[in-house]
Design a protein around this ligand. Structure first.
Ligand code: ADP
Length: 495
């Protein structure tokens, strides 16, 4: 596979937008500063992007505040807002090849995955929330006494949104879709590793008729731009996706400033439980996908593969064979399943966890090292004989490292699966409906996939128990994050 890394495809897309998008216009950073964004295949600079800090966030929030307070967006009819979302989705569809290429270039994910899975999901999500825009309404409440009581579901105001680098466009969609459907305005800060595609789609949103100031996109780093957004006094709501450590920081910043409500989508260490009755070949394939998808850079990755002792040896052999067949290389090339990790920090971190696995006497079945001489490629790695006390069984690795653990019975595996500070997702593989019902009820996780994994339909809520987060995104649940409920009370008979 290393040979596949020698000759790289030159991306066939121009980088048109590198400035902040504030109040409908592309503008330089207030400081004039820029920072580089890199191609993870080589570590070479792709483009220099405006570097936002507190002053840029102030300007963006002022634009969003004005667009919210003075309209027209929150005052447009829900149907008109819905039409803007639909027109935007059409434009994304039209530009999806450029967008997928830009996403691959900036992030390193396989082009086919971006083009055939992620872009269609983004379009579908905006169709879904366009459908909600004109179906959000309150209740008439039968309260005691002679009062007429109604609830109004109003937009919450200016939403601050901070997104990560592993799915730049999808994270944009999960945050922006529901916020706009509800009539809010937004300041979105992208991850410093992947600033490019959000700027492109935000431009398309304006072509679709979104009024200026409704969606502002600022590029920049976490401790500067991100922290300024989280602690801004004029931001009414904060939505964050990223690591658990940073989630704690932004929650604190929100509390210390103006107590804005916060939703958090954080890390995970999701169990994938393969029961005794499973079809082993299918289980191997699904467990492989659950872990290795997106270079292992998924917060919900099935990163603890629990296998029943009766099928354990055969499973290990086949899981190893599957990992050895995984095609790693230039993500622009057809048939490539795995590209590079996002950046040197993540690359080094994953390699450190691999060394920790070896040192703690897990059995390295395959992989275990970097691949090639440039960029951030890592060999698909499988560990067997992993035990619960090992670091690789406890920490989020966020890389192509599968840890396989053995179990004897359901009660035991439920306890072990739940014995984690996280609770984002879980997978169950069985043909037995009783086993499936027992596990889906017992597992403390925001999503349980049974005989499937990583199904991310727009209608399905996603979020974590425990230290995996607060609140749910997607589906009907995400609307609640972006609405205020106002009770309006009046006497039935005026005095
Ligand atoms: P990772 O470790 O995977 O890069 P982070 O949680 O650090 O994940 O990053 C997710 C997002 O949070 C990014 O947009 C990043 O810039 C932002 N971020 C990082 N640190 C802070 C911070 N102190 N305050 C606000 N946002 C931050």
């Amino acid at each position: 596979t290393a040979a596949a890394l020698e000759e790289l495809v030159t991306p066939s897309v121009q980088i048109a937008y590198t400035q902040h998008l504030i109040d409908g216009k592309f503008v330089d950073a207030a400081s004039g500063k820029t920072f580089p964004t890199y191609d993870p295949r080589t570590g070479e600079v792709i483009a220099h992007v405006a570097e936002g800090d507190a002053e840029d966030i102030n300007r963006a929030v002022a634009a969003a505040r004005k667009a919210f307070d003075e309209g027209p967006w929150p005052k447009m009819t829900p149907y008109e807002r819905s039409r803007v979302l639909l027109r935007f989705a059409d434009l994304v569809e039209k530009h999806s090849e450029e967008l997928a290429a830009l996403e691959t270039w900036d992030n390193g994910k396989p082009y086919e995955q971006a083009a055939k899975a992620e872009l269609p999901m983004l379009v579908r999500l905006f169709h879904y929330y366009a459908g909600w825009a004109d179906k959000i309404h309150g209740l008439t409440v039968p309260a005691d006494g002679n009062h007429h009581v109604q609830t109004l579901h109003e937009p919450i105001g200016v939403a601050g949104q901070i997104i990560p680098w592993n799915f730049p466009l999808l994270m944009f969609a999960w945050k922006v879709g529901p916020a706009l459907a509800c009539g809010n305005t937004i300041v979105l800060k992208t991850a410093e590793q992947t600033p490019l595609t959000a700027l492109y789609v935000a431009k398309l949103f304006h072509e679709a008729g979104l009024p200026p100031g409704v969606l502002n996109v600022v590029s920049g780093f976490g401790p500067t731009a991100g922290a300024a957004l989280a602690s801004h006094m004029d931001v009414d709501k904060l939505a964050f996706t990223g690591s658990t450590d940073t989630g704690k920081i932004v929650l604190e910043l929100a509390a210390k400033s103006n107590l804005k409500p916060v939703t958090l989508e954080l890390g995970g260490k999701s169990p994938f439980i393969i029961c005794e009755d499973a079809d082993i070949d299918k289980a191997v394939e699904l467990a492989h996908f659950a872990l290795f998808f997106n270079q292992g850079q998924c917060c919900c990755a099935g990163s603890r593969t629990f296998v029943h002792e009766h099928i354990y040896d055969e499973f290990i052999e086949k899981a190893k064979a599957r990992a050895l067949r995984r095609t790693v290389g230039d993500p622009f090339k057809k048939g490539i399943e795995q590209g590079p990790q996002i950046d040197p920090e993540q690359f080094e971190k994953v390699l450190r966890y691999i060394r920790s696995g070896i040192e703690s006497n897990a059995k390295l079945e395959c992989g275990g090292d970097k691949l090639g001489t440039k960029g951030y490629f890592i060999q698909p790695t499988v560990f067997s004989n992993v035990t619960d006390d090992m670091l690789i069984a406890q920490d989020e690795i966020f890389g192509p490292v599968q840890s396989i653990l053995k179990f004897k019975d359901l009660d035991e595996v439920i306890k072990r699966a739940n014995n984690t500070r996280y609770g984002l997702a879980a997978g169950v593989f069985t043909k037995n409906i009783d086993t499936a019902n027992t596990l889906t009820r017992a597992l403390r996780a925001g999503t349980v996939w049974v005989n499937c994994f990583d199904v991310f339909d727009a209608a399905i809520p996603f979020g974590g128990y425990k230290m995996s987060g607060i609140g749910r995104e997607k589906g009907i649940y995400s609307l609640h994050n972006y609405l205020q409920v106002k009770a309006v009370v009046s006497p039935l008979k005026n005095p």
